[in-house]
Structure formats: structure tokens, C-alpha cells
Design a protein around this ligand. Structure first.
Ligand SMILES: NC(=O)c1ccc[n+]([C@@H]2O[C@H](COP(=O)([O-])OP(=O)(O)OC[C@H]3O[C@@H](n4cnc5c(N)ncnc54)[C@H](O)[C@@H]3O)[C@@H](O)[C@H]2O)c1
Length: 346
């Protein structure tokens, strides 16, 4: 099977690329590198010892997407490309609708034209909003609180309509909980530009001394230690969930939705504690007020993915924190570490 991975140089896309190649698939990456680095593609090649075709492409452009499909004729698409920061989406909602909806529409048009019938889409637990009962199941009501979340919900609706009109397609939306960790080699990982929006890179940068302290948003939630609870899932487990979904999609049709998480909730303080154990470093933190829109508790019911896809997360919280820390230590400035070294040797 040949799989087009949009956003394949990004955090989850790069890990999925490695797992797909190791599972015997041929892959093609398309990315505009707005939030990623060519070094990630180079590292995917070195981990897998495989030549990976890669297009520098803005997927909102119809001619660009058409050209990729005409050249590559993929059997399946995993669509990761898009913008993903909640705070930024409040400041720049139009950019979020433009990139996220725009690229999805072009991909769907090209899939129709080139008779490509198997799509896996990156959705998010953010579509459940803050009020759902936990552990949350896929049939819970959707309720979004920001433009980013609304793009995810709108795209799911777009996919449902598309599947209804073209029953020969198989479209699978995967709702990720909180991916953290990195490839065990330490060669690929999460590489935020500027101040990290996600907690794991923030913590590892504090542990490494790049940032002074972690801000914990609220310790007055109704949880055991008062901090928010999330379902952290190792990015390699998440990547394997895509392989399960794409393989299943090759043999069926319709529209399907799955939660991808571990099914366990971990508080922010428990996460900090685990990072302290694996790194042996102090992780100073300050408690600041809650952020509007943050849920107190969020964790998945993963029984549907287990039953229908045969997928279950296997790696522990310790594995996640150890691999994030390994990535941070080997790449103190992320992928820029490699570029800095190359400049110095010249
Ligand atoms: N990381 C998370 O916590 C998380 C949680 C839930 C859902 N998701 C979703 O998973 C997907 C991947 O997330 P990630 O963490 O790997 O993000 P990422 O930013 O690391 O990867 C996204 C990639 O898409 C590329 N991109 C953005 N706009 C593009 C465009 N118009 N054309 C081509 N490429 C474009 C970026 O350069 C980047 O490489 C996103 O859709 C995100 O919304 C992520």
C-alpha cells in the first residue's frame, strides 16, 4: 500500500511515517514546513534506511495537490497537515479555517478525482469540550470552545457528508488525546517553534534549564491533587493506531470514529513527578489561575479502537517521559541543533 502522509514532517506525522515504513508500506510526505523541519525527513530516512519522497507543498493549493496525486497515485491518505494551537486560533481564526478546512477540501477533491478511497484524519479529543462524562466515548455530544476545535468538528462533519455521498470510500477520524514522548532512538520528537503550547516539551525545556519554570494552570479542580487530568499517550502508540486504521480501511467502507488514548488519566503534578524521576532534574513550577475553556478531567474510553481496530496503547507514562527527555537531551535546540552544528563545521 502506498500512503500519502500530509504534514508528515510534523510531530505525529514523522512518527507515523517511521511506523508505516516498518510495517512494509510505501510512503510519500507532503508538508509546507510551516511548523516542521526538513531535518525531520532526513531523520525518518536514517531511522528506516529508506528513501522517502517528499513534496514541499501548501495543501490549500488545488494545482499542488493535484500534481502530487497525479505523480504518486496513493492508495490511502493520512491527513495530519494543519494548524493546531488553541490560543493562536483565538487570535487568528481565519488562518485556522483557511489551513485546516482548505487543505482538507483539496485532499478530498483529489481523492475523488484519482479514485483514492481510504482516508484517515487527525481529529482531537478537543471536540468533546469540557463537559463530557469521563471516560468519554465516541458517541458523546460534540461541543467545541475555540476556533481550532471548531475546525476539527467541521471537518468531521464534512467527512461524514462525504462518506454519505460516496459509500465506496472508507473515512476514519481518529480523536487523539494527549500525545507525548518521542521515537526511542531520540532522532525524531516534538519540536515546537518558540514557546511550547504543549506540556511535555515545556517540562523538558524547564528540566534542561532552557526555561525557568513551568506554569500550572489551576490547582483548584475537583481532582485528587487539584490539577487537571489528561490522557497522555505515547506518540509511537498513536502512530501504530494509524496503521491499524489504514489497514482496516483498506477492507471496508463508511465513516468511522475512534478515540486514541490510553484510557488512563494523569494529573499535571503526577506528570511533573514522573519527569523528575526519569531526568533526575528539578522542575520548578508556579501555580497560576485556570485557563478559560480547560476541562478539569479528560480521558478516553478506548474500547471501540481495541474491539474494532485491534489497537491498544502499550507504552507507560514512564516510557513517554523517558523518551521525551532522551529527545530533549540529544537535541537541545530541537531540529535546529543539527543545523547549528552544520553551520559551525563550515
Ligand atoms: N499534538 C497534539 O497534541 C494533537 C492532539 C490532537 C490532534 N492533533 C492533530 O494532529 C495533527 C498533527 O499534529 P502534530 O502535533 O503532528 O502537529 P505539527 O504542527 O507538528 O504537524 C502538522 C504539520 O502540518 C504542516 N502544515 C500545516 N499547514 C499546512 C499546509 N497548509 N500545507 C502543508 N502542510 C501544512 C506543518 O508544517 C506541520 O509539519 C494536526 O492536525 C493536529 O491538529 C494534534
Amino acid at each position: 500500500m502506498k500512503v500519502l502522509i500530509t504534514g508528515g514532517a510534523g510531530y505525529i506525522g514523522s512518527h507515523t511515517a517511521v511506523e508505516l515504513i516498518e510495517a512494509g508500506c510505501r510512503i510519500v510526505i507532503a508538508d509546507n514546513f510551516s511548523n516542521s523541519s526538513l531535518v525531520a525527513v532526513k531523520r525518518i530516512r536514517s531511522i528506516t534506511e529508506t528513501e522517502v519522497p517528499c513534496y514541499f507543498a501548501d495543501l490549500r493549493r488545488e494545482e499542488t495537490v493535484t500534481r502530487i496525486f497525479r505523480n504518486e497515485r496513493p492508495d490511502a491518505v493520512i491527513h495530519f497537515a494543519g494548524l493546531k494551537a488553541v490560543g493562536e486560533s483565538n487570535e487568528h481564526p481565519v488562518a485556522y479555517y483557511d489551513h485546516n478546512l482548505g487543505s482538507m477540501i483539496q485532499i478530498l477533491k483529489a481523492m475523488r478525482t484519482y479514485n483514492c478511497r481510504n482516508l484517515v484524519y487527525s481529529s482531537s479529543a478537543t471536540v468533546y469540550g469540557g463537559e463530557a462524562e469521563m471516560p468519554v466515548m465516541e458517541d458523546a455530544a460534540l461541543q467545541t470552545t475555540n476556533p481550532y476545535g471548531r475546525t476539527k468538528k467541521m471537518i468531521e462533519e464534512m467527512l461524514m457528508d462525504t462518506s454519505g455521498a460516496y459509500p465506496e470510500m472508507c473515512i476514519t477520524a481518529l480523536r487523539y488525546f494527549n500525545p507525548i514522548g518521542a521515537h526511542r532512538s531520540g532522532l525524531i520528537g516534538e519540536d515546537p517553534l518558540g514557546i511550547p503550547n504543549n506540556i511535555a516539551p515545556f517540562i523538558t525545556q524547564v528540566a534542561a534549564g532552557r526555561r525557568g519554570y513551568l506554569q500550572i494552570f489551576g490547582n483548584d479542580y475537583e481532582t485528587a491533587d487539584g490539577t487537571g487530568i489528561r490522557d497522555y499517550v505515547h506518540v509511537t502508540d498513536l502512530a501504530k493506531g494509524h496503521i491499524a486504521a489504514i489497514n482496516k480501511g483498506a477492507g471496508r467502507n463508511g465513516y468511522h470514529v475512534y478515540n486514541l488514548g490510553t484510557g488512563y488519566g494523569t494529573s499535571v503534578l503526577e506528570l511533573v513527578h514522573m519527569f523528575r524521576l526519569v531526568s533526575g532534574k528539578r522542575i520548578p513550577y508556579v501555580i497560576t489561575p485556570r485557563r478559560p475553556g480547560d476541562a478539569a478531567v479528560s480521558f478516553a474510553d478506548t474500547s471501540k479502537a481495541e474491539r474494532e481496530l485491534g489497537w491498544k496503547a502499550e507504552l507507560s507514562l514512564e516510557d513517554m517521559c523517558r523518551d521525551s527527555w532522551n529527545w530533549q537531551q540529544k537535541n537541545p535546540a530541537g531540529y535546529r541543533s543539527e543545523m547549528i552544528m552544520e553551520v559551525e563545521t563550515l
